[in-house]
Design a protein around this ligand. Sequence first.
Ligand SMILES: NC(=O)c1ccc[n+]([C@@H]2O[C@H](COP(=O)([O-])OP(=O)(O)OC[C@H]3O[C@@H](n4cnc5c(N)ncnc54)[C@H](O)[C@@H]3O)[C@@H](O)[C@H]2O)c1
Length: 256
Amino acid sequence: MRVAGKRVLVTGGASGIGAASARRFAAEGAHVAVVDRDAERGRAVTDELAGRGASARFYRADVGDPGVVGDVVTQVAADLGGIDVLHSNAGAVAGSTVEDTDLADWDRVHAVNVRAPWLWTKAALPYLLRSGAGAVVFTGSTSGMVGFPGAIAYTSSKGGLLNLTRSLALELAERNVTVNAVCPGHIDTPMTRGFFESPDDPGGLEGRLAAHAATVPMKRLGRPEEVAAFVVFLASDDARFCTGGIYPCDGGMTAA
Ligand SMILES: NC(=O)c1ccc[n+]([C@@H]2O[C@H](COP(=O)([O-])OP(=O)(O)OC[C@H]3O[C@@H](n4cnc5c(N)ncnc54)[C@H](O)[C@@H]3O)[C@@H](O)[C@H]2O)c1
C-alpha cells in the first residue's frame, strides 16, 4: 500500500494511462478523484473501483476550460478532505505538420497540454502545500524530449510541459511539493489507436500498430499500467527527494 490514505486527483482518468493510474492509486490505498470530459467512461472507471471497495469519485470537466478549474478543485478537496497528489494527465493530440496545423489546432492542443497542467497545479497548490508531502506528476511524452515530425503542436506543447515541470519543481522545492514528469513512449491506448486509424483501411490498424511497435528498441508497445506504476511511485513517500525529473518510460526509445 504505497500511497495509502493519499488524496489523489487524476485528470483524463476515464481512459488509457489516466484510468490505469486511477486503478493503481486505488489499489495502493489512495482516495481517487477522476476528472474527465467523458462522463460515461469516467463513471465506469470510478464505479468499477467503488465496486471493489475503493474510494473513488468522478467529476466531469474539460480540463482546458479555465472557467471550471477552481470549482472542480475546490469540490474535490471538499469531498476528499484535501489533495495530496495531482496527476495531470489529460492530453490532446493533432497529427499534423507545420503546414497543415491551423491556429485552432495549435491553441486547442496547447490549452490542454501546457496551459491546463499549469492551471490545475495553480488551483491545487494551496491543498498540496497544506498536505506537507504534496506531489504533482505530469504525463509528458518522449515527443517532448526529442524532435518528432508530423505532430508539431503536440510535440511543442509536450516540450513546454517538460520545462514547466522543471521550473515548478524549482519554485516549490523548499515548500515540500515535488513536481515530476513521466514521459511515455509508444503506449497501447485508445489515443494511440485513434492516431493510427485510417477510414480507408480499417483492417490495417493492427499492422500499423505492429510497425509502430517495431520502432521501439524493446519491439513492443508499452502498457498503460507500466506508466501508472511509475506515476504512483513518484507520488509516494518513497520518492520525496525526487523533484524536477523527466523520466522516460519508453522501452528504450530515447536511449537510442
Ligand atoms: N498513448 C501514448 O502512446 C502516449 C505517449 C506519450 C504521451 N501520452 C500522453 O498520455 C496522456 C494520456 O493519453 P492516453 O494515451 O492515455 O489517451 P486516452 O485517449 O486513452 O485517454 C485520454 C483521456 O483524457 C481525456 N481528455 C482528453 N482531453 C480532455 C479534456 N480537454 N478535458 C478532460 N478530459 C480530457 C479523454 O476523455 C480520455 O479519457 C496524454 O497526456 C498523452 O499525451 C500518451
